[in-house]
Write a protein that binds this ligand. Structure first.
Ligand code: RAT
Ligand code: ZN
Length: 441
């Protein structure tokens, strides 16, 4: 490894930084990906039988029916011409054909989500110019799901994939209950997700009681103890490295006497337990669920969150660590400034509607100017395995560009950087900042 000072010409510097960032392994800190042990609807050539309700999504039909693309296809074939219910009644393959025809063949696939499919095919060694979907289908059907994961991780440079293990999802919950070894694939890191606990205490209480935990609608000491036992059991069962919730833009935390039931549970059960277990809490704030329910999972939207609630939580719970991502572009500056005030706050990722080149660029540059290298610039939020390829390839290009600009500014100021220093910084951004935060370092 060379520790020589990097070349001074702007173009050479940019190329070297890009190469180093591309070579740096990523710990993807938030995805919706699973190993084949959680079942997979597309079995490929492995021993694994097809499981229609399986959670490991992969292959060209899943890539094309990603909910980002479902939303986009209704822009060009509106529901007044092709009813929502008719789309949902199609088979997965027919939905993929519809999206391919209208978003790729009848107009150029310039949106980020469309472009992502093509980058993915290209980087996996397929011909992205191929117009016949069945050619791609045949290639995916030949893959062994388990080996394919290794290949995708290698191509995308992802060394660890963080899952989202939703304890309120019956399909997933039952898999955990019937297979004690689910969390043992070292490529996949478990995370316990429980939106309902904070967002809909009435429904959560009913379910917890049904599962045998002694909780009631009234939040008293017995209920708090019951929620703690529930969380302890699931943290132990999954081996979660952090816990997570996604919250609406209206989420508000006013302080230690906040009367909202979700906030009482959060304050009295969740956060004390996580502090004891030394586990961070991830909060993803700003999603308005089901703005258009007829679009199903594609129908969620965005709103501005209250960042002062995040600051209040960081102040009130200094023994807890908070991983926070906000969905609204307008919230990003305030979040970065708040992170300057609280070392128990780690801003992460450019989430969902922000995961577009122009916004990643803007947000990453702003964060770097305010926070130096002390943040986690990106997560993929991949739902389909191969999305790791494009989401990381596109983001790495931007992160490297921003870094290269900053190194050029440093060189102007008389501080040229060495290759080792660039490597160290890239590792902080793509891996170590998150790993150290999780470890409580
Ligand atoms: O980004 C997404 O795919 C969203 O649908 C959500 O999954 C979101 O990221 C979440 O974790 O709630
Ligand atoms: Zn997500």
């Amino acid at each position: 490894m060379s520790s020589a000072t990097l070349p001074a010409t702007a173009c050479e510097l940019r190329n070297s930084v890009q190469r180093i960032v591309n070579e740096t392994p990523v710990w993807d800190l938030h995805t919706h990906l699973y190993p084949p042990t959680f079942g997979t609807p597309l079995a490929g050539t492995g021993r694994q039988a097809a499981d229609p309700r399986g959670l490991m999504l992969w292959g060209i039909d899943e890539l094309l029916t990603y909910h980002y693309l479902v939303a986009e296809v209704f822009r060009v074939v509106p529901s007044r011409r092709f009813a929502y219910k008719d789309f949902w009644n199609l088979s997965k393959q027919e939905q993929a054909d519809h999206i391919w025809k209208h978003l790729f063949l009848e107009r150029s696939p310039v949106s980020e989500a469309c472009r992502g499919v093509l980058t993915t095919l290209k980087m996996l060694g397929l011909d992205p110019a191929e117009r016949d979907l069945n050619v791609h289908r045949a290639w995916f059907a030949e893959q062994n799901a388990d080996e394919h994961i290794n290949r995708v991780m290698e191509v995308s440079g992802v060394s660890r994939i963080t899952m989202t293990n939703d304890v309120f999802d019956d399909n997933e919950r039952e898999r955990w209950l019937s297979d004690g070894s689910l969390g043992t694939d070292s490529r996949f890191v478990p995370v316990l997700r429980f939106d309902k606990l904070l967002c809909d205490w009435q429904a959560a209480a009913k379910q917890l009681a049904g599962w045998g935990f002694s909780v009631g609608l009234t939040i008293n000491q017995k209920t708090i103890a019951g929620v703690r036992r529930f969380l302890e059991e699931w943290i132990d069962r999954t081996g979660a490295v952090y816990c997570a919730v996604s919250l609406p833009p209206t989420y508000y935390y006013s302080g230690s006497d906040d009367p909202d039931p979700g906030n009482i549970i959060f304050r009295q059960a969740v956060l004390p337990l996580l502090a004891e277990r030394n586990l961070p809490m991830a909060m993803m704030i700003g999603v308005t669920r089901a703005t258009n329910p007829r679009l199903k999972v594609a129908g969620d939207s965005v709103g501005q969150a209250d960042v002062s609630s995040v600051a209040q939580l960081c102040a009130d719970f200094p023994n807890n660590r908070f991983l926070v991502t906000l969905l609204s572009r307008e919230n990003q500056h305030e979040l970065a400034v708040t992170a300057r005030k609280f070392d128990n706050l780690m801003p992460f990722g450019c989430w969902w509607f922000l995961n577009n080149p122009s916004l990643i660029e803007e947000i990453t540059r702003m964060r770097m100017e305010l926070l130096g290298t002390s943040f986690a610039p990106q997560h993929s939020d991949a739902r389909v395995l191969e999305q790791l390829v494009y989401k990381w390839s596109h983001s790495r290009t931007i992160i490297a560009n921003v870094l290269a600009d900053k190194y050029a500014d440093l060189a102007t100021a008389g501080w040229p950087v060495s290759e080792d220093e660039v490597r160290r910084d890239a590792k902080l951004l793509l891996h170590d900042n998150f790993a150290d935060f999780v470890a409580g370092k």
